[in-house]
Design a protein around this ligand. Structure first.
Ligand code: ADP
Ligand code: ZN
Length: 216
């Protein structure tokens, strides 16, 4: 098993890469952002509790996200490995992950840092949307669907989703949270000799190959 963390600011491409690695190689993606959005959609107590925090762009408490990850790690069947996407985001979460992996007899192999400058992050995030049926990612300017309103991949005319926190005000707060709370993890994993840096500005395929070379 290979377990890896994708680390990087919002818009660095963690979700896109994690999805592809799962489809191609059978990794199990554990994205706390997706889990929290799911909880919101299903209108669970948890979803209601975190909705406001997420819309603003602030971090949900460590206790909540650690609980979500713990549940998955102890229940999900998996032979290839886990990809943590958007978790850990604080030093407390990083410590908790180390302990959780220990408790199931596993360890962390690599932490892949995707770095992208802030200006590019803003361009990528403001204007992005997804197909609600298949999850394909689009962008108003850089990647609109070939035929307006119809998904290129699955043909759905159903609905495209914009994320509530993909607006300039929330994005600024998300970036602040990244530099304040999450970027210290770069030093933390560097010292543990797990950090691998990749330029997040390449094409999706280039970045995918770089990650493959790391985990081979
Ligand atoms: P991003 O594109 O900003 O990386 P995510 O989908 O990973 O977005 O997360 C969206 C929101 O969910 C975050 O802004 C935060 O409110 C919450 N969230 C997700 N993961 C965590 C985490 N590990 N710790 C705290 N909050 C989290
Ligand atoms: Zn689609």
């Amino acid at each position: 098993m290979k377990n890896l963390i994708l680390l990087g600011p919002p818009g660095a491409g963690k979700g896109t890469q994690a999805r592809t690695l799962c489809e191609k190689y059978g990794f199990v993606q554990l994205s706390t952002g997706d889990m929290l959005r799911e909880a919101k959609k299903d209108e669970t107590d948890l979803g209601r509790k975190v909705a406001g925090i997420m819309a603003k762009g602030e971090l949900v408490t460590d206790e909540i996200v650690i609980g979500l990850i713990e549940k998955k790690l102890t229940n999900d069947e998996n032979e290839i490995g886990f990809i943590f996407d958007g978790f850990p985001r604080t030093l407390a979460q990083a410590d908790a992950l180390g302990n959780l992996l220990d408790s199931i007899g596993q360890s962390l192999d690599h932490v892949v840092e995707l770095f992208v400058d802030d200006e590019k992050l803003v361009q990528r995030i403001i204007g992005r949307f997804t197909c609600s049926s298949c999850g394909e990612l689009y962008h108003k300017i850089t990647k609109p669907p070939e035929n307006a309103g119809i998904c290129d991949v699955c043909g759905s005319k159903d609905k495209f989703n914009f994320r509530q926190d993909d607006n300039e005000v929330s994005l600024k707060i998300r970036l602040l949270a990244y530099y304040r709370d999450t970027s210290p993890l770069i030093g933390y994993y560097h010292v543990l000799n797990k950090l691998r840096k990749i330029n997040g500005l390449g094409s999706v395929d280039e970045i995918q190959n770089n990650i493959r070379n790391i985990i081979k």
